[in-house]
Design a protein. Structure first.
Length: 490
């Protein structure tokens, strides 16, 4: 809620009014991540009561106490008494337009899911479907406290427009494959579609690079970009090596799928004698900043190569989808030990059903305890760190967002823990991770701009989006044409 601004004190009279002051909250603050050993990450979180967050020009100018903030002038003031302020959550890997396929294909193994349903349907994509799906996805993420997401899809210029309109922060990468028969057929059939055909090989890399260089820094810097080869099983080693070289030349992140499940790793070993992580190492992708989606098929033999990358590698884990497909989970503990930045993700809503990073945080904490047979890992405080600062670092934004500290962009959310399902609060971290839900987010702020205020979206008209999208769904889900954008063969 807005409140009248306080009169200036002599100490603050020399400063211009703040754009926004959030006052009275309990704030989740991080210690300097570089001062912490990964094994001591849980000790790097502090909850500070009666805190005020001062925002100027989209940047956190100060984190102080409410009494001090009461003497500052501001254009806007949010009274956050009784609320918890967190750094905005980061969704490290999704395919935002795939919300249009939410719940369409269930209870099938991944080969059938891809080949018989998803990749045939994606050959029907149009720019308008992509735009509507991305807009609905952004609305869902804003409601759930996500302020930044990494997207890997087609027609990314359309998605960039949506990000600009809705006010979110995003790292965007135009996906591409290497030339294969299925991909060529789909490219011809979809030539008037969302991506003007799914580009292949060197043409695909060129298109991905053109998008990355053209859109990097858009939306007042809220858009960063990456190169987005699909995966080692759909992109040749030659094209991956070329991607690494281009990424090195232009200082770009590479965002791709790799070692998604154990079957992929076993198939790669049988066919090539190399794991997918070996392929990334051999092609130079571990020598540049790389974001790897899933990694549930990472083996112990892969860890030395990841460790040698010296913190340039991020892994996005999306546990809900793995449970649905019957996969193993990402080996978070081993990866953290190897110095890898493990961030949280949802994948696309076609497989995950939601873009709820809050749920991903809860499931990560629980699944890791079960997998490691150790209730001490992963703790609630560690889960909060993975959802915020570690996720920001995984997408290459660790110096920009992920914590509430002076100099960081003003991306934050306010959470209400006054509901019956979150009371009483004995341990605030445990309440946030294991009792709170994304629906408890009340306000979402990106770059100091309020995108949701007291549960009401300010930048997306959801009914108009869903109404138009529903009219386009029959044509989207038609599979009688026999085309598909690729072949899942792993």
């Amino acid at each position: 809620m807005a409140a009248p601004t306080a009169p200036a004190s002599p100490a603050s009279a020399s400063l211009p009014p703040a754009d926004l002051i959030v006052t009275g909250c309990t704030a989740l603050l991080h210690a300097d991540p570089d001062e912490l050993d990964p094994q001591r990450a849980a000790e790097g979180i502090e909850f500070r009561p009666d805190t005020a967050i001062v925002v100027r020009d989209g940047i956190i100018a100060d984190v102080t106490d409410s009494a001090a903030a009461s003497r500052m002038e501001s254009v806007e003031r949010i009274d956050a008494h009784g609320l918890v302020a967190l750094p905005g959550l980061v969704n490290c890997h999704t395919h935002s337009p795939m919300v249009a396929l939410r719940g369409l294909v269930e209870d099938r193994p991944e080969q059938e899911w891809f080949n018989d349903w998803i990749w045939p349907i994606e050959s029907n994509l149009t720019p308008r479907v992509v735009a509507l799906g991305a807009r609905l996805a952004c609305a869902e993420m804003i409601r759930g406290g996500v302020t930044c997401f990494a997207d890997h899809y087609f027609a990314m210029d359309v998605i960039a427009d949506v990000v600009t309109e809705t006010g979110l922060r995003a790292n965007l990468g135009e996906a591409f494959f290497s030339s294969q028969e299925a991909g060529q057929e789909a490219s011809q059939g979809a030539s008037q579609g969302a991506s003007e055909g799914v580009a292949q090989g060197s043409e695909g890399l060129a298109r991905s690079l053109d998008f990355a260089l053209t859109h990097r820094g858009r939306a007042d810097g809220r858009i960063t970009t990456s190169l987005a080869p699909h995966a080692p099983y759909t992109v040749t080693a030659e094209d991956l090596a070329a991607t690494a070289q281009v990424a090195r030349e232009h200082d770009l992140l590479v965002h791709l799928h790799a070692a998604e499940n154990r079957a992929q790793t076993d198939t790669s070993l049988a066919r090539h004698g190399r794991t997918p992580i070996d392929v990334l190492h051999d092609t130079g992708l571990l020598d540049v900043d790389v974001l790897i989606a899933h990694g549930t098929g990472i083996l112990e033999r892969d860890l030395p190569a990841l460790r040698a990358a010296r913190g340039r590698t991020g892994i996005a884990t999306a546990p809900r989808g793995y449970m649905k497909f019957g996969w193993d989970t990402t080996p978070v503990r081993a990866l953290v030990d190897a110095g890898v930045h493990v961030g949280l993700a949802t994948d696309g809503a076609a497989s995950n059903n939601t873009l709820d990073v809050w749920e991903a945080m809860t499931l990560t904490a629980l699944v890791q305890k079960q997998t490691e047979h150790d209730p001490r890992w992963l703790t609630a405080r560690q889960a909060l760190r993975h959802a915020t600062l570690d996720s920001a670092r995984a997408v290459g934004l660790g110096d920009t967002v992920g914590s509430l500290a002076p100099g960081r962009r003003a991306d934050l959310v306010l959470v209400d823990l006054n509901g019956p399902h979150t009371q009483p609060v004995h341990d605030l971290a445990a309440t946030l991770v294991h009792s709170a839900r994304s629906a408890d987010v009340r306000t979402t702020i990106v770059d100091g701009r309020v995108l949701m205020r007291d549960g009401r979206l300010t930048t997306v008209d959801v009914p108009s989006v869903t109404g138009e999208l529903s009219q386009l769904l029959p044509a989207l889900v038609e599979r009688g044409h026999g085309k598909r954008i690729q072949e899942y063969d792993t």
